[in-house]
Design a protein around this ligand. Structure first.
Ligand code: CTP
Length: 213
């Protein structure tokens, strides 16, 4: 197989409330960085589009730092057209504040309400809007009905594979070094063992390459 071009999203996004506050989540970025590193290790080109993390960029990987879901959307839109494989590992914030205050909000007595709106769905836009024609891989974090929910996501977002993550299992997932996932394909499932994120990243990259025409 020749040298393929991978696009990988990773990490959380940060959705600002005011100049000193934001909404985010517990994603460490480890899975996405491992996927980009695995693709590079196999001799492919890799572009990593990542929200803020504490990780080092794997050697040889092209890196685009973003903060918000909108910035990640814009970066993926700009890079997707000439990628062969896109693997969306990022834990994109589903909601962002409707109003971003330019001044620091001052406290007062009583409660306040923060109004939130949906962010764009980057994965769902990749084939539908960005003209991406390659192998599209998404992640699903579920606490119940793992396979059926992943299958629904596979169809709805135009993916070729969903990496389904049962986040109710103890000791894996967010922040940890290991994970346990099932690869959900249109016609079958592949249950992978509990393993390091680096090992799983290699299997995900191999399986994505196997889906190339
Ligand atoms: N994703 C994305 N853009 C978003 C939200 C999610 O690209 N705005 C991608 C993630 O990177 C991941 C997949 O979509 O690949 C996760 O899908 P999502 O619908 O967010 O599912 P979950 O958060 O796993 O679960 P739920 O359906 O409960 O929201």
């Amino acid at each position: 197989m020749g040298r393929m071009k991978f696009l990988v999203t990773a990490g959380p996004t940060r959705e600002p409330i005011d100049p000193v506050r934001y909404i985010t989540n517990r994603s460490s970025g480890k899975m996405g960085y491992a996927v980009a590193g695995a693709a590079r290790h196999e001799g492919h080109e890799a572009v990593l589009i990542s929200g803020p993390t504490a990780l080092d960029v794997p050697p040889g990987v092209d890196f685009i730092h973003v903060e918000t879901a909108q910035q990640m959307y814009d970066a993926v839109r700009d890079m997707a057209r000439d990628a062969d494989v896109a693997i969306m590992c990022a834990a994109v914030a589903d909601y962002r504040p409707v109003h971003v205050s330019h001044q620091k909000l001052k406290k007062s007595e009583g409660r306040i309400l923060l109004e939130l709106e949906r962010t764009p769905d980057i994965l769902a836009s990749t084939r539908a809007e960005f003209g991406f024609n390659g192998v599209l891989v998404g992640f699903a974090a579920e606490t119940q009905h793992l396979i059926s929910n992943a299958r629904e996501k596979l169809l709805r977002k135009g993916c070729d594979m969903i990496v389904a993550n049962d986040v109710s299992l103890p000791g894996i997932g967010f922040g940890s070094a290991e994970n346990e996932v099932t690869l959900v394909l249109p016609d079958r499932e592949i249950q992978l063992p509990r393993e390091s994120k680096e090992w799983l990243a290699m299997r995900i990259v191999e399986q994505a390459l196997a889906l190339l025409p």
